[in-house]
Design a protein around this ligand. Sequence first.
Ligand SMILES: *Cc1c(COP(=O)(O)O)cnc(C)c1O
Length: 392
Amino acid sequence: MFKSFHPPVRTLMGPGPSDVNPRVTAAMGAPTIGHLDPAFVSLMDEIKQLLQYAFKTKNRLTIPVSAPGSAGMECTFTNLLEPGDKAIVCQNGVFGGRMKENVERCGATAIMVQDAWGSAVDPQKVEDALKANPSVKLLAFVHAETSTGALSDAKRLTELAHQYGALSLVDSVTGLGGVALDVDGWGIDAIYSGTQKCLSCPPGLSPVSFGERAVAVIKQRKHKVQSWFLDMALVMAYWEGDGSRTYHHTAPVNSMYGLHEALVILAEEGLEQSWARHAYHHRALAAGVTAMGLNFVVKQEQRLPQLNSITVPEGVKEAEVRARLLKEYNLEIGAGLGALAGKVWRIGLMGESASQTNVLLCLGALDAILSDMGAPINSGKAVSAAMAVYKQ
Ligand SMILES: *Cc1c(COP(=O)(O)O)cnc(C)c1O
């Protein structure tokens, strides 16, 4: 006989999903109602307003796509690009490579700007590429590269795109709620995010926002968007039809309850306070990691507070450390991806996971396991180094 599934209770300090606030899971357990129920329609309106707050935008076209972050990526590319278009794609980790795939599947050409994994996107290289390719429709880049922990200057890159007449398309799946982001202030034209990173919501939805210039581009399309499900013209009629919403797909009703609650929690804390909390716990974690004698992949001024890539010390079996953290401490941290597979650990401090309890647990557990394995670290120093930051 099959039995009910009871997941273990874990502490999630990987690259997402992050720890979920119990208020969010409780909200998701509320009774399911019809997706055209007037009560649900008001919830949708509030989710839009809360997302506008989180993105710092007045964009009307700000909604959660009913699928995870990768669908938000696909949604922004398929709506903005048509066959024959050219786009500049910056790659400094895994996700830039996925952007390239998306561009090509739209029948467009991707002009790649490459930076080392672990570095921010170099604005000078981007400017050179924009200069060399005057007919480019958009510049796409990852704000917070989760595969390496590098933060790129979304404001500067967006300015450059505009200076050369291109739109900016930004992946802030890991950025939203965790680091400074100002969609209107910086003039970002299209952006997508996810729920399971710094919003601390279960995975499954992808907030997106399109500015006026992007909406104008969508309205002038010559070809239909190749994806029926992600066609913003159709989705808009579902989310926006004043008084007369037309059925497009059945919204994941209970997931929307969860996103709403997660955004209410963010608004209660305050967006800027949330950014500051991520930075604060990062400082404590970094003090502990450094005291242990371990090294960060990304240089200090380009580091994401919410994603800490740490080089695995010489001779240490990285997968065994993660397996022991999970088994002995119920603690999940991330492995390296792509070019960094086997070489780094990725410690997430996203949303609810950015807390003193988590930082001290992670440092204490890593210290104990690495010391037990005879790894070349400074044993017994990490927790007190982090505590010194907390006591300041
Ligand atoms: C997680 C992530 C994605 C993909 O989101 P999914 O919800 O896993 O589909 C895209 N870009 C970045 C930078 C991410 O961190």
